[in-house]
Ligand binder design. Structure first.
Ligand code: BGC
Length: 382
């Protein structure tokens, strides 16, 4: 951190050659440090006040990737909860390969599923296969990520995605006391995939809080990269985040420390951590690093001080809400909806249920994550 004196005047143009932006690294899936085996146990409990009515019906669940722990939890929770209600489940992961996901959904349709639950890789790339499902009379529920440009989707279960960004922004604002401080802080941004509507909403929520501090000079982004287009990372790639962070550190932070890594995903936080360690950062000058998902490894990093916070999203709750939507379209039940305005996919406004994201850090992880039964103290101590 520095006193408010020097403006960061390094050439913005040079960074374009240093950085891999949204368009780069198309094929590389994000990887995480957390092996699948360490994921929390799936919650097999059926949602409250529902009867086991699913017998004979089959639900296709299309998930984006197993390279990130959260989706492994999502898939496991969905499968367990649907099976507890008597549904047959075809759970598929597409390893961030858009064409593979299209083929998986086509196969699900051909195999006669009664309902599709889709967490997309590229939310606009499934329009044709969604139309096929509609023609075959198969309802679709969008899971966590909105399905764009289609009228074939019935409901959407997600977290308050703008709220995720706002929570990250407010955390930074509070921890650095941005509203009152006379200091300035350097910051760099690592935003989500441009083909994921959630990434745009997160950015909007984050900037609603932080833009005033960039405008008044309390926050200084030395790379000059603050727009969504300049900071988004295709397919949420951890490697690209690390590469971008390395390039920022080399290009702009030779003489001054980077104080804040505002990242939209735990995988990005791992990438920043690796870049910072490589650049010789230690406990003495370690920046504030944000994340999303409260993955097991991220939570361990929070405990050890290598990540400052994450956004806890209880995937058990999300699965529970999504299952009520499956029941609604298959059994005529009423799903709980709490948003009928925000999620316009370009064709229709999709009735949605938004779960509440919660910021977790060293001070509250025990209460929220351990006492909430998401990870055990033993898992975190391993
Ligand atoms: C989800 C996030 C997740 C990200 C990367 C987003 O669509 O909402 O929770 O961190 O994808 O997998």
């Amino acid at each position: 951190m520095k006193k408010k004196v020097l403006g960061a005047l390094l050439s913005v143009a040079m960074v374009a050659t240093l950085l891999v932006g949204c368009g780069g690294n198309d094929a590389a899936p994000a990887t995480t440090e957390a092996p699948a085996a360490e994921a929390p146990a799936a919650d097999a409990a059926a949602p409250a006040d529902t009867a086991a009515t699913g017998s004979g019906k089959k639900v296709g669940v299309a998930m984006p990737t197993q390279s990130s722990e959260r989706w492994i939890n999502d898939g496991a929770n969905m499968k367990a909860q649907l099976e507890a209600l008597g549904y047959e489940v075809d759970l598929q992961y597409a390893e961030d390969d858009v064409q593979m996901q299209v083929s998986q959904i086509e196969n699900m349709i051909a195999s006669g599923v009664n309902c599709l639950v889709i967490a997309s890789i590229d939310s606009g790339a499934l329009v044709n296969v969604e139309a096929q499902a509609k023609e075959a009379g198969i309802p679709i529920i969008a899971y966590d990520r909105l399905l764009m440009d289609t009228d074939a989707v019935s409901y959407y279960a997600t977290f308050d995605n703008k709220g995720v960004g706002t929570a990250i922004g407010k955390y930074i604002e509070e921890k650095k006391d941005l509203a009152n401080t006379s200091e300035t802080f350097t910051i760099e941004f690592f935003m989500g995939s441009p083909d994921d509507n959630n990434a745009h909403m997160l950015y909007d929520g984050l900037m609603e809080v932080l833009q005033p501090y960039l405008d008044n000079g309390t926050l200084i982004c030395k790379s000059g990269r603050t727009s969504f287009d300049d900071t988004c990372i295709l397919r949420w790639s951890q490697e690209t985040a690390q590469q971008n962070c390395e390039n920022y550190l080399t290009g702009f932070y030779a003489d001054e420390d980077l104080d804040i890594c505002a990242t939209a995903f735990d995988g990005f936080a791992y990438g920043c951590k690796a870049a910072l360690e490589g650049a010789g950062y230690t406990e003495a000058n370690w920046p504030l690093i944000t994340g999303q998902d409260a993955e097991l490894m991220a939570t361990k990093n929070i405990i050890s001080g290598k990540q400052t916070m994450s956004i806890y999203k209880d995937t058990r709750l999300l699965a529970e809400k999504c299952v009520t939507m499956v029941q609604a379209v298959l059994e005529g039940a009423e799903p709980e909806i709490n948003d009928t305005e925000q999620y316009d996919n370009g064709k229709i406004v999709v009735p949605s249920y938004l779960c509440t994201p919660v910021a977790v850090d060293k001070d509250n992880y025990e209460e929220i994550i351990v006492e909430g039964g998401y990870y055990t103290a033993e898992q975190l101590a391993e």
